[in-house]
Design a protein around this ligand. Structure first.
Ligand SMILES: Nc1ncnc2c1ncn2[C@@H]1O[C@H](COP(=O)(O)OP(=O)(O)OP(=O)(O)O)[C@@H](O)[C@H]1O
Ligand SMILES: [Mg+2]
Length: 401
Protein backbone atom coordinates (compact mmCIF):
# COMPACT_ATOMS: atom_id res chain seq x y z
CA UNK A 1 0.00 0.00 0.00
CA UNK A 2 1.25 3.45 -0.87
CA UNK A 3 0.75 4.78 2.64
CA UNK A 4 3.19 2.28 4.07
CA UNK A 5 5.96 3.38 1.78
CA UNK A 6 9.08 5.12 2.91
CA UNK A 7 9.72 8.10 0.68
CA UNK A 8 13.31 8.64 -0.34
CA UNK A 9 14.74 11.69 -2.13
CA UNK A 10 17.87 10.93 -4.14
CA UNK A 11 19.84 14.14 -4.44
CA UNK A 12 22.89 14.97 -6.55
CA UNK A 13 23.62 11.57 -8.08
CA UNK A 14 24.77 11.25 -11.66
CA UNK A 15 21.85 10.26 -13.83
CA UNK A 16 22.84 6.62 -14.35
CA UNK A 17 23.58 6.09 -10.65
CA UNK A 18 20.38 7.80 -9.65
CA UNK A 19 18.40 5.57 -11.95
CA UNK A 20 19.96 2.34 -10.77
CA UNK A 21 19.51 3.35 -7.12
CA UNK A 22 15.89 4.30 -7.75
CA UNK A 23 15.35 0.95 -9.45
CA UNK A 24 16.94 -0.95 -6.56
CA UNK A 25 14.77 0.92 -4.06
CA UNK A 26 11.47 0.65 -5.90
CA UNK A 27 12.06 -3.03 -6.49
CA UNK A 28 11.66 -3.41 -2.75
CA UNK A 29 8.12 -2.05 -2.98
CA UNK A 30 8.70 -0.51 0.40
CA UNK A 31 10.00 2.75 -1.02
CA UNK A 32 8.69 5.67 -3.04
CA UNK A 33 11.47 7.61 -4.76
CA UNK A 34 12.00 11.16 -6.00
CA UNK A 35 15.10 11.99 -7.96
CA UNK A 36 16.66 15.44 -7.73
CA UNK A 37 19.57 15.71 -10.13
CA UNK A 38 21.11 18.80 -8.50
CA UNK A 39 23.66 18.88 -5.74
CA UNK A 40 22.37 19.33 -2.19
CA UNK A 41 23.90 22.80 -1.93
CA UNK A 42 22.31 23.86 -5.23
CA UNK A 43 18.74 23.21 -4.19
CA UNK A 44 18.78 25.60 -1.24
CA UNK A 45 15.29 26.30 0.05
CA UNK A 46 13.91 23.25 -1.69
CA UNK A 47 16.02 21.04 0.51
CA UNK A 48 13.93 22.08 3.49
CA UNK A 49 10.73 21.07 1.74
CA UNK A 50 12.35 17.83 0.64
CA UNK A 51 13.21 17.18 4.22
CA UNK A 52 9.63 17.87 5.26
CA UNK A 53 8.09 15.74 2.53
CA UNK A 54 10.35 12.68 2.68
CA UNK A 55 11.51 10.13 5.19
CA UNK A 56 15.04 9.90 3.90
CA UNK A 57 17.32 12.15 1.89
CA UNK A 58 20.18 10.25 0.31
CA UNK A 59 22.67 12.64 -1.22
CA UNK A 60 25.89 12.32 -3.16
CA UNK A 61 28.70 14.62 -2.16
CA UNK A 62 32.31 14.93 -3.22
CA UNK A 63 34.60 14.40 -0.25
CA UNK A 64 35.27 17.71 1.45
CA UNK A 65 32.68 19.74 -0.47
CA UNK A 66 32.04 22.45 2.10
CA UNK A 67 29.00 23.88 0.33
CA UNK A 68 27.15 20.58 0.80
CA UNK A 69 28.19 20.48 4.44
CA UNK A 70 26.79 23.99 4.86
CA UNK A 71 23.53 23.01 3.19
CA UNK A 72 23.27 19.98 5.44
CA UNK A 73 23.68 22.14 8.54
CA UNK A 74 20.92 24.42 7.32
CA UNK A 75 18.52 21.54 6.79
CA UNK A 76 19.32 20.23 10.23
CA UNK A 77 18.87 23.67 11.75
CA UNK A 78 15.30 23.67 10.52
CA UNK A 79 13.19 21.97 13.13
CA UNK A 80 10.34 20.98 10.83
CA UNK A 81 12.56 18.79 8.63
CA UNK A 82 11.82 15.26 9.70
CA UNK A 83 13.84 13.31 7.16
CA UNK A 84 16.75 11.12 8.05
CA UNK A 85 19.77 12.07 6.00
CA UNK A 86 22.43 9.80 4.54
CA UNK A 87 25.46 10.90 2.56
CA UNK A 88 27.27 8.91 -0.10
CA UNK A 89 30.82 10.09 -0.63
CA UNK A 90 34.10 8.98 -2.23
CA UNK A 91 35.43 5.77 -0.78
CA UNK A 92 38.80 7.48 -0.44
CA UNK A 93 37.39 10.19 1.85
CA UNK A 94 39.22 10.57 5.12
CA UNK A 95 37.75 9.87 8.50
CA UNK A 96 37.75 13.60 9.05
CA UNK A 97 35.40 14.12 6.11
CA UNK A 98 33.02 11.47 7.42
CA UNK A 99 33.12 13.13 10.82
CA UNK A 100 32.37 16.53 9.32
CA UNK A 101 29.35 15.11 7.54
CA UNK A 102 28.12 13.47 10.71
CA UNK A 103 28.65 16.63 12.72
CA UNK A 104 26.75 18.62 10.14
CA UNK A 105 23.83 16.26 10.62
CA UNK A 106 24.19 13.20 8.39
CA UNK A 107 22.73 10.17 10.12
CA UNK A 108 24.81 7.84 7.99
CA UNK A 109 27.77 8.14 5.66
CA UNK A 110 28.31 5.50 2.98
CA UNK A 111 31.24 4.99 0.58
CA UNK A 112 30.44 5.30 -3.13
CA UNK A 113 31.96 1.89 -3.81
CA UNK A 114 28.75 0.26 -2.60
CA UNK A 115 26.65 -0.85 -5.57
CA UNK A 116 22.97 0.09 -5.61
CA UNK A 117 21.83 -3.26 -4.21
CA UNK A 118 24.40 -3.16 -1.41
CA UNK A 119 23.49 0.40 -0.58
CA UNK A 120 19.80 -0.44 -0.39
CA UNK A 121 20.64 -3.44 1.79
CA UNK A 122 22.54 -1.12 4.14
CA UNK A 123 19.62 1.27 4.25
CA UNK A 124 17.24 -1.58 4.96
CA UNK A 125 19.42 -2.77 7.80
CA UNK A 126 20.02 0.56 9.48
CA UNK A 127 17.21 2.78 8.44
CA UNK A 128 14.29 0.39 8.36
CA UNK A 129 15.21 -2.29 10.89
CA UNK A 130 16.63 0.02 13.54
CA UNK A 131 13.88 2.55 13.32
CA UNK A 132 10.57 0.85 13.86
CA UNK A 133 9.27 4.18 15.16
CA UNK A 134 9.52 5.50 11.61
CA UNK A 135 5.82 4.98 11.03
CA UNK A 136 5.08 7.44 13.82
CA UNK A 137 7.44 10.02 12.44
CA UNK A 138 5.69 10.09 9.13
CA UNK A 139 2.74 12.41 8.63
CA UNK A 140 -0.55 10.59 9.05
CA UNK A 141 -0.81 9.43 5.46
CA UNK A 142 -4.29 8.51 4.93
CA UNK A 143 -5.86 9.08 1.53
CA UNK A 144 -6.40 6.46 -1.09
CA UNK A 145 -4.84 7.88 -4.23
CA UNK A 146 -6.84 6.85 -7.29
CA UNK A 147 -5.36 7.85 -10.62
CA UNK A 148 -7.37 8.11 -13.83
CA UNK A 149 -5.72 7.90 -17.25
CA UNK A 150 -7.27 7.63 -20.67
CA UNK A 151 -6.16 5.60 -23.66
CA UNK A 152 -7.16 8.30 -26.16
CA UNK A 153 -8.32 11.90 -26.08
CA UNK A 154 -12.01 12.19 -25.32
CA UNK A 155 -12.32 8.64 -23.99
CA UNK A 156 -14.09 9.95 -20.89
CA UNK A 157 -11.26 10.16 -18.34
CA UNK A 158 -12.37 13.45 -16.84
CA UNK A 159 -16.04 12.43 -16.76
CA UNK A 160 -15.07 9.33 -14.81
CA UNK A 161 -12.66 11.20 -12.48
CA UNK A 162 -15.08 14.01 -11.61
CA UNK A 163 -18.05 11.74 -11.02
CA UNK A 164 -16.07 9.13 -9.13
CA UNK A 165 -14.95 11.96 -6.83
CA UNK A 166 -18.56 13.06 -6.39
CA UNK A 167 -19.73 9.53 -5.57
CA UNK A 168 -16.85 8.97 -3.14
CA UNK A 169 -18.19 11.83 -0.99
CA UNK A 170 -20.75 9.22 0.06
CA UNK A 171 -23.35 11.76 1.16
CA UNK A 172 -25.73 10.74 3.91
CA UNK A 173 -28.52 12.21 6.01
CA UNK A 174 -31.48 14.40 5.19
CA UNK A 175 -31.34 15.48 1.53
CA UNK A 176 -27.97 13.72 1.41
CA UNK A 177 -26.23 16.89 2.48
CA UNK A 178 -23.54 15.47 4.69
CA UNK A 179 -20.44 13.98 3.10
CA UNK A 180 -18.84 10.99 4.77
CA UNK A 181 -15.50 11.48 3.04
CA UNK A 182 -13.20 14.34 2.13
CA UNK A 183 -12.34 14.14 -1.53
CA UNK A 184 -9.88 16.09 -3.69
CA UNK A 185 -9.21 16.10 -7.40
CA UNK A 186 -5.80 16.97 -8.71
CA UNK A 187 -5.98 17.98 -12.38
CA UNK A 188 -2.54 17.26 -13.74
CA UNK A 189 -3.68 17.37 -17.34
CA UNK A 190 -1.89 20.70 -17.18
CA UNK A 191 -2.42 21.87 -20.71
CA UNK A 192 -5.95 20.72 -21.44
CA UNK A 193 -7.39 19.91 -18.02
CA UNK A 194 -11.09 20.59 -17.71
CA UNK A 195 -11.94 19.42 -14.21
CA UNK A 196 -12.65 22.98 -13.01
CA UNK A 197 -15.05 23.51 -15.91
CA UNK A 198 -16.84 20.22 -15.22
CA UNK A 199 -17.60 21.40 -11.69
CA UNK A 200 -18.00 25.09 -12.44
CA UNK A 201 -15.22 26.43 -10.25
CA UNK A 202 -12.79 29.10 -11.43
CA UNK A 203 -9.38 27.83 -12.54
CA UNK A 204 -6.51 28.82 -10.31
CA UNK A 205 -2.96 29.22 -11.50
CA UNK A 206 -1.18 27.64 -8.53
CA UNK A 207 0.29 24.82 -10.58
CA UNK A 208 1.56 27.30 -13.15
CA UNK A 209 3.19 29.42 -10.44
CA UNK A 210 4.73 26.33 -8.91
CA UNK A 211 6.27 25.37 -12.25
CA UNK A 212 7.47 28.93 -12.88
CA UNK A 213 8.94 29.53 -9.45
CA UNK A 214 10.42 26.05 -9.12
CA UNK A 215 9.23 25.74 -5.54
CA UNK A 216 8.29 22.62 -3.67
CA UNK A 217 4.65 23.14 -2.72
CA UNK A 218 3.50 22.89 0.88
CA UNK A 219 0.16 22.97 2.68
CA UNK A 220 -0.10 26.74 2.49
CA UNK A 221 0.36 26.56 -1.27
CA UNK A 222 -2.37 23.95 -1.50
CA UNK A 223 -4.78 25.94 0.65
CA UNK A 224 -4.29 28.95 -1.57
CA UNK A 225 -4.44 27.05 -4.82
CA UNK A 226 -7.46 24.83 -4.34
CA UNK A 227 -11.10 25.69 -5.00
CA UNK A 228 -14.18 24.00 -3.63
CA UNK A 229 -16.98 22.82 -5.90
CA UNK A 230 -20.63 23.08 -4.82
CA UNK A 231 -20.69 19.38 -3.87
CA UNK A 232 -17.73 19.84 -1.52
CA UNK A 233 -15.02 18.23 -3.66
CA UNK A 234 -11.83 20.28 -3.51
CA UNK A 235 -10.00 20.86 -6.74
CA UNK A 236 -6.44 21.70 -7.60
CA UNK A 237 -7.12 22.83 -11.15
CA UNK A 238 -4.97 22.84 -14.23
CA UNK A 239 -3.82 26.42 -14.91
CA UNK A 240 -5.55 28.64 -17.42
CA UNK A 241 -2.17 29.65 -18.81
CA UNK A 242 -0.14 27.31 -20.94
CA UNK A 243 2.27 25.44 -18.67
CA UNK A 244 5.15 23.51 -20.22
CA UNK A 245 4.94 19.95 -18.96
CA UNK A 246 8.69 19.59 -18.48
CA UNK A 247 8.68 22.47 -16.02
CA UNK A 248 7.16 20.26 -13.36
CA UNK A 249 9.43 18.01 -11.29
CA UNK A 250 8.88 14.69 -9.58
CA UNK A 251 9.76 16.30 -6.24
CA UNK A 252 6.93 18.79 -6.68
CA UNK A 253 4.41 16.08 -7.54
CA UNK A 254 5.58 13.97 -4.63
CA UNK A 255 5.14 16.94 -2.26
CA UNK A 256 1.61 17.71 -3.52
CA UNK A 257 0.47 14.12 -3.18
CA UNK A 258 2.05 13.76 0.25
CA UNK A 259 0.36 16.91 1.50
CA UNK A 260 -3.02 16.05 -0.01
CA UNK A 261 -2.95 12.53 1.27
CA UNK A 262 -2.76 13.67 4.87
CA UNK A 263 -5.78 15.94 4.46
CA UNK A 264 -8.21 13.83 2.43
CA UNK A 265 -9.78 10.40 2.37
CA UNK A 266 -9.62 10.12 -1.41
CA UNK A 267 -7.42 11.92 -3.88
CA UNK A 268 -8.35 11.49 -7.54
CA UNK A 269 -5.63 12.36 -10.03
CA UNK A 270 -6.47 13.18 -13.66
CA UNK A 271 -3.22 12.55 -15.55
CA UNK A 272 -2.16 13.76 -19.00
CA UNK A 273 -1.55 11.38 -21.86
CA UNK A 274 1.95 12.82 -22.26
CA UNK A 275 4.74 10.49 -21.23
CA UNK A 276 6.46 12.76 -18.74
CA UNK A 277 8.95 11.84 -16.01
CA UNK A 278 6.79 13.03 -13.18
CA UNK A 279 4.25 10.34 -13.92
CA UNK A 280 6.56 7.98 -11.97
CA UNK A 281 5.91 9.45 -8.50
CA UNK A 282 2.16 9.52 -9.23
CA UNK A 283 2.19 5.84 -10.04
CA UNK A 284 4.40 4.83 -7.13
CA UNK A 285 2.13 6.71 -4.73
CA UNK A 286 -1.16 5.59 -6.28
CA UNK A 287 -3.28 2.86 -4.76
CA UNK A 288 -5.05 2.20 -8.02
CA UNK A 289 -4.92 3.22 -11.66
CA UNK A 290 -8.03 3.32 -13.83
CA UNK A 291 -7.52 3.34 -17.58
CA UNK A 292 -10.54 4.73 -19.37
CA UNK A 293 -10.89 3.54 -22.95
CA UNK A 294 -13.29 2.20 -25.53
CA UNK A 295 -13.08 -1.35 -26.80
CA UNK A 296 -11.87 -0.51 -30.31
CA UNK A 297 -8.64 -2.27 -31.27
CA UNK A 298 -6.43 0.86 -31.58
CA UNK A 299 -7.57 2.14 -28.17
CA UNK A 300 -6.89 -1.21 -26.53
CA UNK A 301 -3.39 -1.31 -27.99
CA UNK A 302 -2.76 2.23 -26.82
CA UNK A 303 -4.03 1.25 -23.36
CA UNK A 304 -1.58 -1.63 -23.31
CA UNK A 305 1.35 0.64 -24.21
CA UNK A 306 0.32 3.08 -21.51
CA UNK A 307 0.13 0.33 -18.91
CA UNK A 308 3.68 -0.68 -19.81
CA UNK A 309 4.89 2.89 -19.40
CA UNK A 310 3.01 3.57 -16.19
CA UNK A 311 4.02 0.38 -14.45
CA UNK A 312 7.71 0.69 -15.21
CA UNK A 313 8.25 2.28 -11.80
CA UNK A 314 5.27 0.72 -10.06
CA UNK A 315 5.12 -2.91 -11.14
CA UNK A 316 2.58 -3.91 -8.50
CA UNK A 317 0.14 -1.05 -9.02
CA UNK A 318 -3.40 -2.44 -9.31
CA UNK A 319 -4.96 -1.42 -12.63
CA UNK A 320 -8.60 -1.52 -13.62
CA UNK A 321 -9.87 -1.10 -17.15
CA UNK A 322 -12.90 1.13 -17.62
CA UNK A 323 -14.72 0.61 -20.91
CA UNK A 324 -16.65 3.81 -21.50
CA UNK A 325 -19.66 4.39 -23.74
CA UNK A 326 -20.61 0.72 -23.62
CA UNK A 327 -22.97 -1.01 -21.30
CA UNK A 328 -21.84 -4.27 -19.81
CA UNK A 329 -22.63 -6.91 -22.43
CA UNK A 330 -24.55 -10.01 -21.41
CA UNK A 331 -22.30 -12.05 -23.60
CA UNK A 332 -18.85 -10.70 -24.37
CA UNK A 333 -18.06 -10.25 -28.04
CA UNK A 334 -14.93 -11.71 -29.53
CA UNK A 335 -13.28 -8.31 -29.57
CA UNK A 336 -13.89 -8.02 -25.81
CA UNK A 337 -12.20 -11.36 -25.19
CA UNK A 338 -9.30 -10.27 -27.40
CA UNK A 339 -9.07 -6.92 -25.59
CA UNK A 340 -8.88 -8.61 -22.18
CA UNK A 341 -6.12 -10.83 -23.53
CA UNK A 342 -4.11 -7.92 -24.89
CA UNK A 343 -4.49 -6.06 -21.59
CA UNK A 344 -3.84 -9.17 -19.53
CA UNK A 345 -6.70 -8.28 -17.22
CA UNK A 346 -10.47 -8.60 -17.22
CA UNK A 347 -12.71 -5.82 -18.47
CA UNK A 348 -14.45 -5.17 -15.18
CA UNK A 349 -15.95 -1.71 -15.36
CA UNK A 350 -18.43 -0.70 -18.04
CA UNK A 351 -19.92 2.78 -18.32
CA UNK A 352 -22.95 2.97 -20.61
CA UNK A 353 -23.39 5.84 -23.00
CA UNK A 354 -25.80 8.55 -21.92
CA UNK A 355 -25.31 11.59 -24.08
CA UNK A 356 -28.17 13.77 -22.74
CA UNK A 357 -27.11 13.35 -19.10
CA UNK A 358 -23.38 13.78 -19.83
CA UNK A 359 -24.09 16.83 -21.95
CA UNK A 360 -26.42 18.47 -19.43
CA UNK A 361 -23.90 17.88 -16.63
CA UNK A 362 -21.14 19.64 -18.53
CA UNK A 363 -23.40 22.49 -19.61
CA UNK A 364 -24.52 23.12 -16.04
CA UNK A 365 -21.12 22.43 -14.49
CA UNK A 366 -22.50 19.81 -12.11
CA UNK A 367 -21.87 16.10 -11.50
CA UNK A 368 -24.00 13.55 -13.37
CA UNK A 369 -25.77 12.78 -10.11
CA UNK A 370 -27.31 16.28 -10.07
CA UNK A 371 -28.76 15.78 -13.52
CA UNK A 372 -30.00 12.24 -13.12
CA UNK A 373 -29.51 9.95 -10.15
CA UNK A 374 -31.01 7.06 -12.05
CA UNK A 375 -29.10 7.31 -15.28
CA UNK A 376 -27.31 3.99 -15.88
CA UNK A 377 -24.12 6.03 -16.35
CA UNK A 378 -24.47 7.72 -12.94
CA UNK A 379 -25.23 4.37 -11.34
CA UNK A 380 -22.31 2.61 -12.96
CA UNK A 381 -19.86 5.19 -11.57
CA UNK A 382 -21.59 5.13 -8.16
CA UNK A 383 -21.06 1.37 -8.13
CA UNK A 384 -17.32 1.83 -8.71
CA UNK A 385 -17.19 4.24 -5.76
CA UNK A 386 -19.09 1.78 -3.58
CA UNK A 387 -16.61 -0.96 -4.40
CA UNK A 388 -13.70 1.35 -3.56
CA UNK A 389 -15.24 2.32 -0.21
CA UNK A 390 -16.14 -1.26 0.70
CA UNK A 391 -12.75 -2.63 -0.26
CA UNK A 392 -11.06 -0.03 1.88
CA UNK A 393 -13.35 -0.71 4.82
CA UNK A 394 -12.71 -4.43 4.71
CA UNK A 395 -8.99 -3.78 4.40
CA UNK A 396 -9.13 -1.55 7.48
CA UNK A 397 -11.04 -4.22 9.41
CA UNK A 398 -8.44 -6.83 8.50
CA UNK A 399 -5.63 -4.51 9.59
CA UNK A 400 -7.29 -3.95 12.96
CA UNK A 401 -8.17 -7.61 13.50
N1 LIG B 1 -20.56 7.53 -21.01
C1 LIG B 1 -20.72 8.65 -21.70
N2 LIG B 1 -21.88 8.92 -22.34
C2 LIG B 1 -22.03 10.05 -23.03
N3 LIG B 1 -21.11 11.01 -23.17
C3 LIG B 1 -19.94 10.82 -22.57
C4 LIG B 1 -19.68 9.64 -21.79
N4 LIG B 1 -18.43 9.74 -21.29
C5 LIG B 1 -17.93 10.91 -21.71
N5 LIG B 1 -18.83 11.56 -22.49
C6 LIG B 1 -18.63 12.85 -23.17
O1 LIG B 1 -17.48 12.76 -23.98
C7 LIG B 1 -16.76 13.96 -23.99
C8 LIG B 1 -15.31 13.69 -23.55
O2 LIG B 1 -15.32 13.27 -22.22
P1 LIG B 1 -14.18 13.67 -21.19
O3 LIG B 1 -13.85 15.09 -21.28
O4 LIG B 1 -14.55 13.08 -19.90
O5 LIG B 1 -13.00 12.80 -21.82
P2 LIG B 1 -11.43 12.88 -21.54
O6 LIG B 1 -10.94 11.49 -21.78
O7 LIG B 1 -11.15 13.49 -20.23
O8 LIG B 1 -11.01 13.84 -22.72
P3 LIG B 1 -9.74 14.79 -22.91
O9 LIG B 1 -8.82 14.00 -23.74
O10 LIG B 1 -10.29 15.99 -23.55
O11 LIG B 1 -9.20 15.06 -21.51
C9 LIG B 1 -17.49 14.90 -23.04
O12 LIG B 1 -18.31 15.73 -23.80
C10 LIG B 1 -18.33 13.97 -22.18
O13 LIG B 1 -19.53 14.56 -21.74
MG1 LIG C 1 -9.90 15.07 -19.66
Amino acid sequence: MAQDRISVALVGFEEANSESLAAALTQKNQYGVVEVPKQLSAINGQALSLSAANDLILFRTEAGDLTDIDALEKIRGNASGKAQIAAVTDASASLEVAQKLTQAGADYVFPDTLGPEELVAQLQKRFVAERPQLAELKPARHAQILTVARARGGAGGTTFAVNLADALLDRRGTFKKKSTNRVAILDLDLQFGKVAGFLDVPTRDGLYQMAEDKVIPDKVFLEQSMSEAANGVRILSAPSQFAPLEAITSAQINAILTALSSDFDYVIVDVPMALVNWVAPIMTMSDKLYIVTDSAVPSIHQARRLIEFYTEDAPSLPIEIVINNEKKPLVRGRHHVEAAKVLERPLDIWLPQDVPTARAAIDRGVPLNEVSKRSPLTRAIRQVAKTVIQTQKSHATQMNA
